[in-house]
Design a protein around this ligand. Sequence first.
Ligand SMILES: CCCCCCCC/C=C\C/C=C/C(=O)SCCNC(=O)CCNC(=O)[C@H](O)C(C)(C)COP(=O)(O)OP(=O)(O)OC[C@H]1O[C@@H](n2cnc3c(N)ncnc32)[C@H](O)[C@@H]1OP(=O)(O)O
Length: 280
Amino acid sequence: MLHSNLLRLVARGGPKRWMSTTTKLTSVEVNDKTGIATLTLNRPPVNSQNVQLLVDLQSSIGEIESNKSRGLILTSACSNVFSAGLDILEMYNTDEERLRTIWTELQNAWIALYGSSLPTAAAINGHAPAGGCLLATACEYRVMLPKRLIGLNETQLGIIAPKWLMSGFLNVLPQRVAERALTQGRLFTTEEALAEGLVDEIANTKEEALEKCAAFIGSFTKVNPLARSLTKLQFRAENIKEFEKIRKKDVEDFVALASRPEVQKGMGIYLENLKKKSKK
Ligand SMILES: CCCCCCCC/C=C\C/C=C/C(=O)SCCNC(=O)CCNC(=O)[C@H](O)C(C)(C)COP(=O)(O)OP(=O)(O)OC[C@H]1O[C@@H](n2cnc3c(N)ncnc32)[C@H](O)[C@@H]1OP(=O)(O)O
């Protein structure tokens, strides 16, 4: 009781310490009382994942791990979007070297989060399609605001999510639900996501979502951290091993796919439609 009251107080603006951070598109704030770090994605308007955001994300995860925080909460500074996934503008009309860098940094960011020994939770305070869902499902626990969308919608864009990118999704959904959702490119509403187990709880505000994530991380207070992390990593080891085997080839596959003229044309149309929609 005392512990959960303390978490609530702290989530509402109790004593906080800003850590020194050299990154710009992510920030890290460690709560002095709980030792829990909040990692915020801060690339308005939609936290689309460009190389800089992905590199900053890795650096912030490293910072949190080396500062021995008790856990990590991933959230967004954007008011209605957790992350819109990869920055399509950055993948459009570019060269192979840039594509190689984008994909390598996406892989690096995913493995840093998925393979983190810390307890991790996502406070999903907005839409989380594609790469946004990837980051959320790399965490161990998800709390989402109502009436937002989450999912791997790649097939809707005519693209294929590789196996490693589905790992987190497959960790939380029954195979049958995951297969159907991935083949349909389905985006779940928050309420549907809760019913299927893609998210763990719903919160009405970002503050409440942070509080619930902190309570999840607080649930490990009495568990030996080494035993906890080794147990977590045993569950994830097979996916990590498979990923390590194919990661180089996966980069080349992505570069080949994303450079295809018809894929580039599709990206152009998709971007145009996004822009038209945002002007309405
Ligand atoms: C796509 C080709 C890929 C090639 C091959 C890849 C194979 C690998 C497979 C999987 C890996 C992962 C891939 C991805 O992550 S691809 C990205 C998929 N993301 C989406 O489909 C989401 C698109 N965005 C939206 O649906 C909405 O923006 C929203 C629901 C997230 C938020 O809606 P709203 O708050 O209404 O904002 P706007 O739509 O008005 O957007 C504001 C602004 O931002 C621009 N924008 C949105 N998303 C992106 C994005 N992903 N990349 C770049 N820019 C984006 C949008 O165009 C607006 O711009 P403005 O008009 O200039 O203001």
